[in-house]
Design a protein around this ligand. Structure first.
Ligand SMILES: [Zn+2]
Length: 146
């Protein structure tokens, strides 16, 4: 959708940090980001969305966003480099649930040299399952923004 997608080797470490930690992209987020299977849990979907931001993949971000709350299109900013994800808390959102909350902190870097900026997004995200698929709904609160 965005045309600015980046590719990642299947044996590269997953941008989300990996489950288990250090897992490759192919064994972690790739099947969900590439639409080969749906996320089993809210956390798995959240990780796949972080990875989609890291790869500037607007298609997965759009299709995993709840139809009720999603924007008309999602264009991740390719000049923002997402450099780390920490999952801080998970409430419900397992394979048998219909709703879930995942709190995370995502770190980003933009620019180089003197114009380099860094920051983080700290959010408690709400997820809902609809017709067997998890969707991102909205932030519960945004603790820090850009
Ligand atoms: Zn991953």
């Amino acid at each position: 959708m965005s045309g600015a997608e980046q590719t990642l080797a299947p044996d590269a470490p997953c941008p989300c940090g990996g489950v288990p930690e250090g897992a490759t992209f192919a064994r972690c987020c790739a099947p969900v980001v590439e639409g080969e299977r749906v996320a089993a849990t809210a956390e798995e979907l959240m990780r796949s969305r972080y990875t989609a931001y890291a790869l500037a993949d607007g298609t997965h971000l759009y299709t995993s966003w709840h139809p009720r709350t999603r924007p008309d299109r999602v264009d991740p900013e390719p000049w923002v480099r997402w450099v780390g994800l920490e999952v801080l808390d998970v409430v419900d959102g397992d394979a048998g649930a219909d709703t879930g909350v995942v709190e995370f902190r995502a770190s980003w870097v933009a620019g180089e040299g003197r114009t380099r900026q860094r920051g983080e997004v700290h959010e408690r995200s709400r997820f809902a399952r609809r017709a067997g698929r998890w969707f991102y709904v909205a932030p519960e609160n945004e603790v820090t923004g850009r």
